[in-house]
Design a protein around this ligand. Structure first.
Ligand code: APR
Length: 251
């Protein structure tokens, strides 16, 4: 029998007109991809100031590539987990309008979710930091494989960088505008696996609350928005989300 809080969340989803989901690195931890600020997070092993900013990348790309090469095998071989599949099922059931994700791993799409807004980019392509010309990820990986940590743009010779957003960079305009629209139009925002500390994405729950939306947080740790949430379920996304889907089916 589902717990009272699982049933409570399922009732909120059932009664909502427009459910939007916001995911962070925590939903992919059960797929083997480390998060950033959890106990085994990437920022416990690497300093974001040294390898996470656009200025540090341009002045010393080798550091960023060393970290990227450590997680690349895990990232490229990762499979969706039960949390990703549960969200894809909710979309199929017509219960989720869209997923706004901070993740670059593409696992929501692999799990079958159709409407996914990638606000921090993805690892499927690369662009020149000067003229923005698109390059294939294969081109970049082959250059780095030859020891060239600053692949040159085939048009202007500028540095080509994987299309993930680094600190100090603008977010993809279309994606973040869509995320703002979704947060302001939803009447229920589900936040899954995010510490909600990185802006502008961390402003999304506040935007939803200001419009009177209800919020639910599924996260292993407390967040700054926990006190405003209708529910904060402490648990693993891959365990909690399937329970919510099952509870929804018996309501
Ligand atoms: N299920 C649910 N929550 C989990 C799980 C899990 N299996 N594993 C970890 N978590 C929680 C952690 O407790 C943590 O609060 O997920 C949260 C992940 O938070 P972060 O590591 O800060 O990741 P995120 O919120 O996505 O970070 C935002 O910061 O460094 C940048 O660009 C990077 O997109 C990233 C952004």
């Amino acid at each position: 029998m589902p717990s009272e809080e699982i049933l409570g969340v399922a009732r909120l989803i059932k009664g909502a007109k427009k459910v939007v989901v916001l995911t962070g690195a925590g939903i992919s931890v059960e797929s083997g991809i480390p998060d950033f600020r959890g106990p085994d997070g990437l920022w416990k092993r690497y300093s974001p100031d040294k390898v996470g900013t656009i200025t540090s990348f341009l002045s010393n790309p080798e550091e960023w590539w060393k970290m990227a090469q450590e997680i690349a095998p895990v990232l490229f071989n990762a499979q969706p987990n039960l949390g990703h599949f549960a969200l894809a099922e909710l979309e199929k059931m017509g219960k989720v309008e869209a997923i706004i994700t901070q993740n670059i791993d593409g696992l929501h799409q692999k799990a079958g979710s159709k409407k996914v807004v990638e606000v921090h980019g993805n690892v499927r392509s690369a662009s020149c930091v000067e003229c923005r010309k698109k390059h294939s990820i294969e081109y970049v990986i082959s250059e780095v494989g030859k020891g060239n940590y600053m692949p040159q743009c085939t048009d202007c010779g500028g540095v080509v960088k994987v299309d993930v957003v680094m600190f100090g960079e603008m977010l993809p305009e279309e994606a973040i505008s869509e995320a703002y629209r979704l947060a302001q139009e939803c009447d229920l925002l589900l936040v899954v696996g995010s510490s909600l500390v990185v802006y502008p994405v961390a402003a999304l729950p506040g935007m939803a609350l200001n419009r009177g939306a209800k919020t639910v947080i599924i996260n292993m740790e407390k967040t700054g928005y926990t006190k405003y949430a209708n529910y904060h379920i402490y648990g693993k996304a891959g365990e909690v989300l399937p329970q919510i889907v099952e509870a929804l089916k018996i309501l």
